[in-house]
Design a protein around this ligand. Structure first.
Ligand code: FE2
Length: 228
């Protein structure tokens, strides 16, 4: 399959922010120098014990449905990508971000920040414990609601290798109405942004499990935002 069909275009007018954000002139390739390629962004900062457990970052437990999100980061040949920084951010169970610009009338949760990070292990694996995010309205068009999602960022060895995507949950009825998801032209590629429920990841009497593998490039690539 043509890889371009698996990636969203920079300009997709139904997703209104892309009208302001998309470049109107041809891109200029900046020359890469050694410093750009070798300087890790977060690699020297130690990861904390609770960085990949968003339910243990405060004095109490956040409200909502506890979930495990786990998977592997892979290249186009299914080879694992070890020691890659995976960061996530998300709203709480009520659909509210802990962010100054989120004025959606839903409650904040004092026990939930909504940000986490982990390095993949030698087999490219990562795992987060978190709360299932809620849907939220976003004013892109009348009655616009985002399907529940978790934002993902992946860093290789430098800022220049950052990739950003969103993970969705299976069978969300909002998929057909979401211009961010629909900006990815190919249906199979859209499905690669949807996690799958996996009983073996579920921890009995504790949390449901969702599998989300991320493929960095190639014909089975995960769709990424603003990749040029
Ligand atoms: Fe979001």
């Amino acid at each position: 399959m043509d890889e371009t069909k698996s990636q969203p275009p920079l300009l997709y007018p139904p997703y209104q922010s892309t009208i302001r954000r998309a470049p109107s002139r041809p891109l200029i390739r900046l020359p890469q120098n050694f410093g750009d390629l070798t300087a890790p962004v977060y690699g020297y900062l130690p990861l904390g014990d609770t960085d990949n457990d968003l339910t243990r970052q405060h004095a109490g437990e956040p409200l909502g449905e506890r979930i495990i999100v786990a998977g592997r980061v892979l290249d186009e040949d299914d080879r694992p990508i070890p020691h890659t920084l995976v960061e996530i951010w998300q709203c709480n169970a009520a659909g509210r971000y802990l962010h100054a610009r989120d004025d959606h009338p839903a409650p904040l949760d004092p026990n939930f920040t909504g940000a986490g990070r982990i390095l993949t292990d030698a087999d490219g694996r990562y795992e987060f414990t978190t709360i299932k995010p809620g849907a939220y309205p976003w004013r892109n068009h009348p009655n616009a609601w985002r399907p529940a999602h978790i934002h993902f960022s992946l860093f290789g060895t430098s800022f220049q290798s950052r990739l950003v995507t969103q993970m969705y949950f299976p069978n969300d009825p909002l998929f057909p109405f979401d211009p961010i998801m629909q900006s990815v032209p190919d249906e199979q590629a859209r499905q690669r942004m949807v996690s799958r429920f996996e009983l073996s990841l579920t921890k009995p009497e504790w949390a449901l499990g969702y599998r989300f593998d991320i493929v960095l490039r190639g014909r089975n690539s995960t769709p990424f935002e603003e990749r040029t």
